[in-house]
Design a protein around this ligand. Structure first.
Ligand code: SF4
Length: 253
């Protein structure tokens, strides 16, 4: 996309959702930090289900240290990699107490020094908890940036740098969430919904990515079964795509 098209794309994304934010439920920077650590390779919904039980019991570094690793695991055991995540969260809480007065630091280097916190998580915290114009590149943003040509790149760092270079400053603070929402609900990995996409007239990949095989199986019975489940799944996705993020998910900002 050229600069005018990038401007148009973000104008439209802003018109549709003027103030997008994370779908993770949180009230404080610390709650957001723990939720983002838990969300690696897990859905926001599963994280929210765990934290809605955990946070009334423990939502500060000291409270989580007091809870202990085993009790912490019992709250997050439905989330993938919960053993490692629990260990990292306890270590992170100790560092927050020892080095940062129990507060979440507002500096990238300090955030990235915490166990379980990498560049992407630090970017999310800086952006969402502290209002910095950082852009965390996750799988959705990586895909959307490449498909649209807004910021093509071979790896997440390349894409992040191009986004920072190419997204107009006035959109940078919200760019992360607009691109995630576009990738999560419309520009999905398989069979993107170009027909519903508000930038299909300026996207170079529009209607080019529909080549998911419908003839993998030569067995008509199996093929029919597969086709049925694909349609069902597409229909579920469509419902999400049309409604966008749920009110419940966006209620706490
Ligand atoms: S037009 Fe299609 S490929 Fe392009 S961003 Fe929209 S959904 Fe993705």
């Amino acid at each position: 996309m050229n600069p005018d098209q990038i401007e148009t794309a973000f104008q439209r994304l802003r018109e549709r959702e003027p103030e997008p934010t994370t779908e993770l439920t949180y009230k404080t920077p610390f709650e957001l930090l723990i939720a983002v650590i838990l969300s690696a390779q897990a859905t926001d919904v599963s994280v929210n289900q765990a934290t809605e039980k955990l946070y009334p019991i423990a939502n500060t570094p000291q409270a989580i240290i007091d809870l202990g690793v085993n009790d912490l695991k019992s709250y997050i055991k439905s989330i993938g990699l919960f053993n490692t995540k629990a260990e990292n969260i306890i270590k992170t809480c100790r560092m927050l107490m020892d080095l940062h007065n129990g507060q979440v630091p507002e500096r990238r280097e300090s955030l990235e020094a915490l166990p379980g916190v990498g560049r992407k998580t630090a970017n999310v915290i800086l952006n969402t908890a502290f209002g910095h114009s950082t852009i965390a590149v996750d799988t959705h943003i990586f895909r959307v940036s490449n498909r649209t040509g807004i910021a093509p790149g071979k790896n997440v760092i390349e894409v992040e740098k191009r986004l920072v270079d190419r997204v107009p400053r006035k959109y940078q603070r919200r760019a992360h969430h607009w691109l995630i929402l576009l990738g999560r609900y419309t520009c999905i990995a398989r069979n993107p919904k170009c027909e519903q996409c508000l930038i299909s007239d300026i996207c170079p990949s529009a209607f080019q990515l529909k080549a998911v095989s419908t003839t993998k199986s030569r067995n008509p019975k199996t093929a029919k079964k597969r086709s049925g489940s694909r349609l069902k799944s597409a229909s579920n996705s469509n419902q999400r795509g049309q409604s966008g993020p749920t009110k419940k998910n966006t209620a706490k900002r």
